[in-house]
Design a protein around this ligand. Structure first.
Ligand code: GTQ
Length: 349
């Protein structure tokens, strides 16, 4: 940069001042911040230990009813974004609890939601006139603008991880929401209907999704996904960076399951240390099985089952598996891919 004299600086400042009433500003003063050489997320890497937060989640279960709360959820807020209901810049995450006999009343909204089931045996959710029971590890989807209500007819509290694209949809200022005229939607189909119709390696001829870009399957049972994952681990050489990773897919087009959020499961066999990888998507992870540690940038977090971890975009990450580890992940990758700029970068091995 060549030196500029005080007179020139003053002249320019005076000019900028006259731009303000016109709602204009000089690009050259902000251009480097607007177009940095690479992204630096404002979010922090973070881990919530399930053992630490579980008592608080259960306590909330006795503080107010699900009906009162509409959704009784403790939001997982990124430490860099207090009060903003965001786990990453683009994603919302929370832990929802439903006590035995309760109903979280039906509503719908333009943000999509996903669930990763954590505990309890009697929880169910209804979507599109169909009810699905949620068992540990199940990946459950609420499509854009689909009526959904949750309940628990078991005898123990049910809790799951919620993931929503709310910050993304709010960025577009396109959040709509509507309440149903009853606590629960009308059930029109037998349980399992969508899964057997679309999730058995066969498809209805001419079949389409009732939910546009969202998969017609709304519960991917862990029993099935886990078996697929472990069998894949045995059948193929394990990727040094991502272990054995299988993504949840829309059977109709082979794409991701939702228009804005990607979801996948990774398995790292006992003893594995992965090579570093970074990608532009912002990731929320939930440990399904095992203990180990994850290094994100300069921070290392150890983890156990049901812990939730946030990986900000474009930060290096690597795993160490003390036992066989299975991790459920969701991110905004599919949205970035559609916008044409998703990137990933792998350290040399
Ligand atoms: O279950 O519909 O965590 O609407 C936040 C907003 C869950 C839900 C959340 C919601 C829901």
């Amino acid at each position: 940069m060549h030196e500029i004299d005080a007179v020139t600086v003053a002249k320019r400042e005076e000019f900028y001042g006259r731009l303000k009433p016109h709602n204009m500003a000089p690009l050259w003063e902000v251009m480097k911040g607007m177009l940095p050489p690479e992204p630096k997320s404002k979010a922090e890497a973070h881990r919530w230990r399930y053992d630490d937060i579980r008592p608080l989640i259960l306590e909330s279960g006795n503080l107010l009813t699900a009906e009162e709360a509409e959704r009784r959820v403790l939001i997982l807020e990124n430490p860099a974004f207090p009060g903003q209901s965001r786990a990453t810049s683009t994603l919302y995450a929370g832990i929802q609890i439903i006590m035995p006999g309760e109903v979280a009343p039906a509503h719908r909204h333009t943000p999509s939601a996903l669930r990763f089931m954590l505990e309890g045996s009697g929880a169910y959710t209804s979507v599109g006139g169909e009810r699905t029971r949620m068992a540990f590890g199940d990946f459950v989807i609420t499509p854009v603008w689909a009526w959904h209500d949750h309940g628990n007819d078991g005898s123990d509290p049910a809790a799951w991880l919620d993931g929503l694209d709310v910050p993304m949809i709010a960025f577009f200022e396109a959040v709509f929401r509507e309440d149903y005229n009853d606590a629960e939607q009308e059930i029109l189909r037998p349980e399992g209907d969508s899964f057997f119709r679309f999730g058995s390696g066969m498809l209805p001829i001419g079949g389409t999704s009732p939910y546009g870009q969202t998969t017609p399957i709304f519960n991917y049972p862990y029993e099935r996904s886990r078996e697929a994952l472990y069998r894949s681990s045995r059948g193929e050489e394990i990727d040094a960076h991502i272990g054995t990773t299988l993504r949840y897919a829309n059977p109709l087009d082979g794409g991701w399951t939702m228009p804005t959020m990607s979801a996948w499961l990774s398995h790292f066999p006992k003893g594995m240390e992965t090579a570093k990888i970074r990608s532009t998507d912002h990731i929320v992870m939930c440990i399904a099985e095992g203990t180990g540690s994850i290094t994100i940038g300069a921070k290392t977090f150890d983890f156990g089952p049901k812990d939730v971890i946030v990986v900000p975009g474009w930060s290096w990450r690597s795993f160490r598996a003390n036992e066989d580890v299975v991790v459920f992940c969701f991110s905004d990758r599919v949205a970035q891919e559609k916008l044409g700029y998703f990137r990933e970068d792998r350290a040399k091995v």
